[in-house]
Design a protein around this ligand. Sequence first.
Ligand code: UD1
Length: 339
Amino acid sequence: MEVFRIQGGCPLSGKVEISGSKNSSLPLFAATLLTKEECILENIPDLSDVRFMAEILEEMGAKVKRIKPTVWKINASDITHSAPYHLVRKMRASFLVLGPLLSRNGYAKVSLPGGCAIGLRPVNLHIYAMKKLGSGIELTDGYVIAKAKKGQLIGNKIVFPKVSVGATENAIMAAVFAKGETLIKNAALEPEIEDLCNCLISMGVEIEGVGTSSIYIQGVNSLKTISYRVISDRIEACSFIIAAAITKSHLSIKNVNVNHISAFLSVMKKIGLIYKVTEKTVEVFETDDLNPIKLKTSVYPGFPTDLQAQIVTLASLCKGNSEIQENIFENRFMHVPEL
Ligand code: UD1
């Protein structure tokens, strides 16, 4: 959609049910490439990124079917090990097919992701992890060609020099069929990584340290068929809370995992937003005169960069001067001139 036409000036009201997490769904779609068994993924949000990831898997030979509005069936029993430029360039998360392909086949040819509007977003950490697991890497004509030295990756200790969500996910998936044990240090802590680990555990992978910065994976020879439900989307939940705050509305946001949004809720508390948390619901009440916001984006459990544009918008309506520092992506203030 290229145009949104919004009739403003009215408060929001009612209840809204939060969808499944986009940033969990994308790596889980990639993870289905690890196995020849059928995978059912539930609570998948209806988004173009998801449909696009499905297209990539299909192009690689997987059978992908949306069997209900939020349920997808994927069978990657017969696939190629190459992900083409015309697809990968469109969405950076498609680079997550590298780890599973390389792990399963000992070989993968994946296009480098294209440019990105919010910053450089290099893939050096992904490549570093694949090399640590014994893969040769060649960069030719915009493609990463990865070959496991003896046809199979070998478990190793990967110490990330910087925290990266995607590189941690690629490393975890690559370790699944690697021979022996892999230890990932300085792993990202985002709940979506925990979700990926839990899905792989249900496929039969032995993983310890789930939810911590040291993840231990014992390589396996085969995987089981699964039916797995993804977690709810914390960014969507917080975006609705901000929407209620901006429009001074009374809104009930349902199906929220409040443990995943603590940093965000503590900011809402500081600025004086009136809200009530009950189990999986956040109820926001009409609030006037919010205090200014002071925060820095950081890796989980810190304040997420994916909420920075929304919070800057809210800050423009708070009294006094707010101060928001972006620490994850170097070019993520493009909404500011618009405001
Ligand atoms: C994921 C999320 C995205 C979120 C971001 C940070 C998905 C599909 N996307 O993106 O919504 O904004 O986490 O929370 O889950 N970096 C390197 N080298 C690398 C990889 C990353 O230097 O090889 C840098 C990036 O440029 C960035 C920082 O590390 O500055 C964090 O990026 P990363 O955590 O990898 O983000 P993504 O996984 O791409």
